[in-house]
Design a binder for this molecule. Structure first.
Ligand SMILES: C[S@@+](CC[C@H](N)C(=O)[O-])C[C@H]1O[C@@H](n2cnc3c(N)ncnc32)[C@H](O)[C@@H]1O
Length: 261
């Protein structure tokens, strides 16, 4: 079942990539003209990257990876969608930015990585595609050099639960059929998702040997990518359906301790 689910997801992400590259949402022309695709939140969380090696897990078609490269990071992006990786390599060539891209399932990419990294980064809509959060955390740990830092910025599963998704993990994925979040999305595509409560994500990273440095929650999304959001401040979209704010994002900063620590 898991292999079928992953194959279905890969095929759907291949098709989504074609839509995304041409969307206003991703604004490839703006990126090629010099704009960064990164948001203030992750720029503040990750900090200066110039001269650092960075592994970007689930990099999609590379806009964020290449935006980190523009800030001076030596970036390697990993994604399981061949269409996304082809586009990422093409964009790297067109923008003249040095970055490597590896086409691999994130849960099976460890042996394909040429080195260990100063930073590992992943963001916005990555964990729900993964059946095994423990294995994911081990990949993160094995990709970091001792003293290296992992940064995650992720949509909060509590917000998904308010829309009817399970909060707690189940071994069987949920099958959904939906259009993508870009304004030009036309195809209704099948996808399989697994929920990972925030506690499970933190505990998986701790079990893999990382030390938690920071955990934050935020009541907004930087993207207008869910139904019924309201932009209360520029670039901050809140749920408009309740009396109180709820967490829409969380972030984790964690470090792989040095051997002597
Ligand atoms: C929502 S996107 C990531 C968002 C990214 N911040 C962006 O907007 O560019 C999720 C990505 O995860 C990738 N993905 C899903 N399951 C994966 C897996 N098992 N291994 C590697 N990549 C996977 C998809 O191909 C897609 O590019």
């Amino acid at each position: 079942m898991t292999d079928t689910a992953i194959d279905t997801n890969r095929a759907s992400w291949d098709q989504r990539t074609a839509e995304h590259v041409g969307s206003r949402f991703y604004d490839v022309a703006g990126f090629l003209g010099g704009k960064s695709s990164l948001n203030p939140l992750e720029l503040a969380q990750v900090g200066a990257v110039s001269g650092l090696s960075m592994l970007h897990l689930q990099c999609h078609f590379g806009l964020d990876s290449l935006s980190w490269a523009r800030l001076g990071a030596q970036v390697t992006g990993v994604d399981f969608s061949p269409a996304a990786i082809d586009q990422a390599r093409d964009l790297a060539a067109r923008s003249g930015l040095p970055a490597e891209f590896i086409c691999a399932d994130v849960l099976a990419c460890a042996e394909r990585l040429p080195q260990r990294y100063d930073r590992v980064y992943s963001s916005y809509g990555v964990l729900e595609w993964l059946p095994d959060i423990g294995r994911w955390a081990q990949v993160v740990a094995s990709a970091l050099r001792p003293g290296g830092v992992f940064d995650l910025v992720e949509f909060h599963p509590y917000s998904y639960a308010l829309d009817g998704d399970p909060y707690f993990h189940t071994e069987q994925p949920q099958r959904i059929v939906e259009r993508s979040y870009t304004e030009n999305a036309a195809a209704e595509l099948p996808l399989y998702v697994w929920s990972h409560p925030v506690s499970a994500v933190i505990n998986a990273l701790l079990d893999a040997g990382l030390r938690l440095l920071r955990f934050n929650e935020y009541p907004y999304s930087p993207y207008d990518c869910f139904p019924n959001l309201i932009e209360r401040e520029p670039g901050r979209y809140y749920r408009a359906d309740g009396a109180m704010d709820v967490p829409m994002l969380y972030s984790i900063k964690a470090m792989l301790p040095n051997e002597k620590d």
